[in-house]
Design a protein around this ligand. Structure first.
Ligand SMILES: CC(C)=CCC/C(C)=C/COP(=O)(O)O
Length: 250
């Protein structure tokens, strides 16, 4: 009999006592489990699996399309892939959005800066980058989505949660840094366009390299964009965090 037929009939049989009348589920669950019948909870779970909600079906379909599209778009996933020749260039893009150069560069700039305004901006950039690292690590650790099977784990410096792929840390950082730079640096229009293009290319390169599924990158871009609003809201200044700024004025 198909799986769909067995669950409900089986459940009805298990909930009937010897006289054939229905028992209260809570009282019957234990003894039925002992008699080899599944518990009420597992039957309910079976039923939910057999009759998934509309949201469940939509989510599964989205994930199936995501996996299919990500595999097709992973054209630089290996040297032998369709666009394998572009892999070294994509890896340069990967390093440009990596946390380590951004953290070290910002910390170096902070130590070298001699103007209070520059220090304030760089300190907030450092805070934003650290917040981003922590947030991405927490979400990756909670969701635990594996990286695509076609990904080669040859990434530049990773931490333990980086074996997971949701969300893309590079995409969150790219969106965050992009918004930060556009708000705090006075740049000519062509440079502003370049900054936006860089963020988009970092995101796209994650899928092309086979590091991520499309949804990891889309959610990462959204998260980084939203995170910038948090950073603006918590903006550190000599007034709100005098102790922090005193470190540099002495
Ligand atoms: C070691 C430091 C400071 C950061 C790790 C940066 C990293 C490897 C993030 C993973 O990014 P994806 O989630 O996009 O693969």
């Amino acid at each position: 009999a198909p799986e769909g037929d067995r669950g409900p009939r089986h459940s009805q049989k298990c909930l009937q006592d010897s006289s054939g009348s229905m028992q209260a589920p809570a009282a019957g669950a234990m003894s039925h489990e002992r008699a080899g019948c599944p518990s009420l909870r597992s039957l309910t779970e079976d039923c939910m699996r057999l009759n998934p909600s509309f949201a469940g079906i939509a989510l599964r379909s989205l994930l199936a399309v995501d996996l299919w599209a990500s595999k097709r778009l992973g054209v630089c996933a290996a040297e032998g892939s369709a666009w394998g020749g572009a892999r070294p260039l994509m890896k340069v893009v990967e390093v440009s959005g990596h946390g380590l150069p951004w953290l070290l560069g910002t910390a170096y700039g902070l130590c070298q800066s001699d103007s209070a305004a520059t220090r304030e901006v760089l300190l907030n950039l450092l805070f934003a980058l650290l917040l981003d690292l922590v947030l991405v690590a927490v979400v990756k650790g909670l969701v635990k989505r594996r990286r695509p099977t076609h990904n080669k784990m040859d990434m530049f410096v990773t931490i333990s949660v980086d074996k997971y792929s949701f969300p893309s840390g590079h995409a969150t950082r790219a969106a965050l840094v992009c918004r930060f730079v556009l708000h705090h640096l006075v740049l000519a229009v062509p440079l502003r366009v370049l900054v936006v293009l860089w963020a988009l290319i970092v995101g796209i390169s994650r899928v092309m390299l086979g590091r991520h599924n499309v949804t990891d990158v889309l959610f990462g871009l959204f998260l980084g964009y939203a995170l910038y609003s948090v950073v603006e809201y918590c903006w550190l200044s000599p007034l709100s965090a005098p102790a922090l700024f005193a470190l540099w004025s002495s």
